[in-house]
Design a protein around this ligand. Sequence first.
Ligand code: ATP
Ligand code: MG
Length: 657
Amino acid sequence: MSNESLASLLKEERRFAPPAALAAEANVTAEAYEQARADRLGFWATQARRLSWETEPTQVLDWSDPPFAKWFADGRLNVAYNCVDRHVENGHGDRVALHFEGEPGDTRSLTYADLQREVSKAAHALTELGVQAGDRVAIYLPMIPEAVVSMLACARIGAPHSVVFGGFSADALATRIHDADARVVITADGGYRRGKPSPLKPAVDEALTRPGTENVRSVLVVRRTGQEDLAWTEGRDVWWHDLVDRQPEQHTPQAFDAEHPLFILYTSGTTGKPKGILHTTGGYLTQTSYTHHAVFDLKPESDVFWCTADVGWVTGHSYIVYGPLSNGATEVLYEGTPDTPHQGRWWEIVQKYGVTILYTAPTAIRAAMKWGDDIPAKFDLSSLRVLGSVGEPINPEAWVWYRKHIGADATPVVDTWWQTETGSIMISPLPGVTEAKPGSAQVPLPGIAATVVDDEGNEVPDGAGGYLVLTEPWPSMLRTIWGDDQRYRDTYWSRFAGRYFAGDGAKKDEDGDIWLLGRVDDVMLVSGHNISTTEVESALVSHPKVAEAAVVGAKDPQTTQAICAFVILRGGQEQGADEAGLVEELRAHVAKQLGPIAKPKRILPVSELPKTRSGKIMRRLLRDVAENRALGDVTTLTDASVMDLIQAKLPAAPSED
Ligand code: ATP
Ligand code: MG
């Protein structure tokens, strides 16, 4: 990359101080940064005491064989005990752990005492199916309480789980079962999605016909949708209500080593073949618990936390299951989509349960912007006191919309950067400490060391851009790629010696705050300048008519790459009428915001963008379209028909300069 690498083009001047009341009562203050700076490992040793250990660790980090870390290696604990039993023992058995809201409107609330009984029974059931510590269990469920119960039951008996998102196909499921060599699959007949039952069990049946899945002995099936004519393999398939319900309600948790594997989770596959990321026990739980406490300022007695992610993604693992439950939180678990049966469903749920902390993704925020401001305005959202974002860079305009229309123009927004690999939040403002800048994830959390480096690995000065790296090991770091230590070394630790390469571009502003600029693979080279897709997208989204934008660099004979933008217009904007006029207006707008170099050569209004099932824009497919190539791997795409619609639009003549 040239010196102008990922040049900082966009200027965002808005600032938002933390609310005084929140700051005065904040769980974590600026002192935490000082403590961690003075003694980083001591800081994490202190955070580990948030947990209940059967054997307290005396060691903190063992980095004698990098990049293979051990944290708290001589400590022993049980994760399920930490997430459930100890809260009951501490007198909180009657506190609601989960408010479940089914898509059809059915509800169920589980207290911590209920959760303890359910997890204990499920643990006994898995044992009866022959699952032993170390055996892998695949979980392929809708967003129902049994998903959480299953994960905790696995953790309780030391069987690493591999949760596969319920929207994935039989093929994707088979590959993941094979790669992890799972012995049991937990599934449901189906779940509710967009107002209809959507079957799951048939995909399991199909997956288990594929080579490499022969070691699956049992399929445990939750009845959710009650579909009739369900195929059934005697001797292999067993109903949850037949097996789990008759088990004893008490189960003695056994402690495991801090480095005992907790789960394998495949990355969302935005850039290519998913990697089986391995997380272990003590360090992972320490950091998910601490970050949930610090970043969301969780007060377990009064807050109602809602993370809208699916449990099939790392966000669901860390901030539906392990972080919140280890902290004794009350949370919402919602099965369905945000627009079923109407586009205000989420805001209705916030109102109904009095949600105080909401954690969601930019894709959802941009969808809400597109549907219109009047929809959230119909609901009482006054309970909200912290808003979070994760998964992609959040455009400043979407950030400000979120704060204004969901957060009554007063609620702090925390933009949290992290990955499946990091296990927990790494870079984020703290809601009671940080003066927030829309669009920036800002600073590494206390105890985390991150910076931005150039091609040679030298730290860039403030005001410059390059690659995001993590310079010290952290407790919830991945331990390896399942079954492939070499790929682990190559992917993350070989680009810059001794440092973790995240694969994301970033810049540091004049204050040293970090701005994420999108994936390094997505950076565009235009007439000798590196331009970040994120900045051009943010410039487009800052135009009042644009709700969402995806930008790619397409091969171009004159400029190496030409900027090609796909935009979705905001609610109420007509698309067909004067498309050429609008395109010109948007091109001029970007040129004004960022300079002529960043002016897109082509802009195509579209009705949908290709997204992964976790809601991230898949730019590599748009690049294929823009360069008239056959599409690459589309298996992690939500809806492949979106690509047909976009391809059909493309022959439109590029506008001339
Ligand atoms: P794959 O690694 O298989 O391509 P993926 O990277 O999309 O998939 P995840 O681990 O779910 O899988 O996502 C992590 C990535 O999401 C980060 O590397 C980053 O690109 C993006 N990301 C997450 N949070 C933020 C954020 N707050 N700001 C900017 N980017 C973010
Ligand atoms: Mg990734």
